[in-house]
Design a protein around this ligand. Structure first.
Ligand code: NAD
Ligand code: DAU
Length: 368
């Protein structure tokens, strides 16, 4: 593997000497949704960092799952030897049960992850986010080795946070079908901890960005459209606020909670970089050397959450904080998309054109 790749992906998962809780070691991980954006970063990082760890990825390969995200692992003989990929659905108990039985930890990234698609077609969000999580929990409950379970959740479960920063004990107030499915998944995890005594932890990451991000989401959509001089559809006034977390930091936070988190606990993983969408778009256009005139103000997302903001003191007290600044992370992300056109152009296949027309066609035409 090229040295530069190892450097980019190894640093974030480095052990933290300042931890307040001794680290647990896991030798055999089942990573569900490991062919997606954050899951694949986690797999690349952990395999490269932890010599003795073996990883099985179980992924359905929906439109968002992409085996090319794991190509750097397959290209490295030493990493590939400790890696196995299985295509399958977390909602299928016959597939899940034997894989969970041989793991000492299960890290669940699998989900339908795009809010706009949950407004158009919510069903798959519920099947994967509720039934799928239930199947994984049942398999953990009945597995002889009682594996630790980590549910990757989101700041969207708090709903729009108009003031201050949401702590982990704030009420759940999801406002989109995506966020409601994620909140339901969390509640199931709690029920299994309390009723069945399984060992489980939950992370709530903030808006994540970086390489290998499917270009349906704001940052990669705007970068790739701008490269092609296509319009950039900005929802509403563009003054919604998001807290951006670099993907390597998100992967590292998940790994940290897996190894240090207390069973039954939930940990916010904020990026600490809150800003408006307008400012984010300005920054990426500046890096690309493209004009603001590409931006089209279009009809807003229904139920659009105005602001996400989380309190990070619990995870900081455990010994973890994000490392990447937004300026540097965004610049590296823009440069990655410029250097990896073949990757992102290939993601615009399958139902992409039909989705794009349904989501943006009428909006862009009425914006003129
Ligand atoms: P993604 O859409 O890029 O990847 C999801 C992966 O899950 C894909 O590989 C897909 O094929 C797989 N998958 C979907 N349904 C499945 C099923 N039923 N069985 C097996 N595999 C299935 O998503 P992402 O952005 O990498 O997000 C990963 C997780 O992190 C999700 O749970 C998401 O809710 C959460 N999260 C994402 C963000 C973000 O900003 N992207 C922030 C916080 C939390
Ligand atoms: O906060 C964590 C969440 O972040 C994750 O749980 C989700 O999986 C992830 O998709 C993301 O959700 P958002 O809805 O915040 O991300 P998205 O990239 O879709 O939108 C970011 C902001 O940009 C939001 O305010 C909506 C706006 N937007 C988005 C798109 C796709 C636009 O203005 N135009 C667009 O075309």
């Amino acid at each position: 593997m090229p040295v530069a790749w190892r450097r980019l992906w190894c640093d974030p998962v480095a052990d933290r000497p300042d931890s307040t809780v001794p680290a647990r070691a896991f030798r055999s991980l089942l990573v569900t949704g490991g062919a997606g954006f954050i899951g694949s970063a986690y797999v690349r990082d952990v395999l490269a960092r932890r010599d003795g760890t073996r990883i099985t990825v179980l992924d359905k390969l929906t439109y968002a799952g992409n085996e090319a995200n794991l190509a750097p692992v397959r290209a490295d003989d030493e990493l590939a030897e400790r890696f196995r990929f299985i295509r399958g659905d977390i909602a299928d108990p016959d597939v899940v049960r034997p894989l969970v039985a041989e793991a000492d930890a299960v890290v669940n990234f699998a989900a339908e992850s795009h809010v706009d698609r949950s407004i158009l077609d919510p069903e798959a969000f519920l099947v994967t986010g509720v039934i799928g999580v239930h199947v994984l929990l049942e398999a953990c409950r009945t597995a002889p080795a009682a594996p630790r379970f980590l549910q990757v959740s989101t700041d969207e479960v708090y709903g729009s946070v108009d003031e201050g920063h949401a702590r982990e004990d704030a009420p759940l107030a999801p406002r989109s079908p995506y966020a409601a499915a994620k909140a339901a998944g969390e509640l199931l995890v709690h029920s299994y901890v309390i009723t069945h005594g399984i060992d489980a932890v939950i992370t709530r990451g903030s808006n994540t960005y970086g390489p290998y991000h499917h270009p349906e989401k704001l940052i990669p959509l705007f970068i790739t459209n701008a490269i092609d001089d296509r319009p950039l559809p900005l929802y509403g006034d563009g003054l919604q606020r998001r807290d951006w977390l670099y993907v390597g930091d998100h992967a590292a936070g998940v790994d940290y909670v897996l190894r240090h988190g207390a069973s039954g606990d939930t940990y916010n993983l904020p990026g600490g970089t809150e800003q408006t969408n307008v400012d984010t778009v300005r920054m990426l256009l500046e890096r690309l050397g493209k004009p603001w005139s590409l931006v089209r103000r279009v009809e807003d997302r229904p139920g659009h959450d105005r602001r996400y903001a989380m309190d990070g003191s619990k995870i900081a007290a455990l010994g973890w904080s994000p490392r990447m600044s937004f300026g540097q992370g965004l610049a590296e992300t823009v440069d990655w998309y410029l250097a990896n056109e073949a990757w992102w152009r290939a993601t615009r296949s399958g139902d992409w054109d039909a989705y794009y027309e349904r989501q943006y066609g009428p909006r862009l035409r009425s914006a003129g």
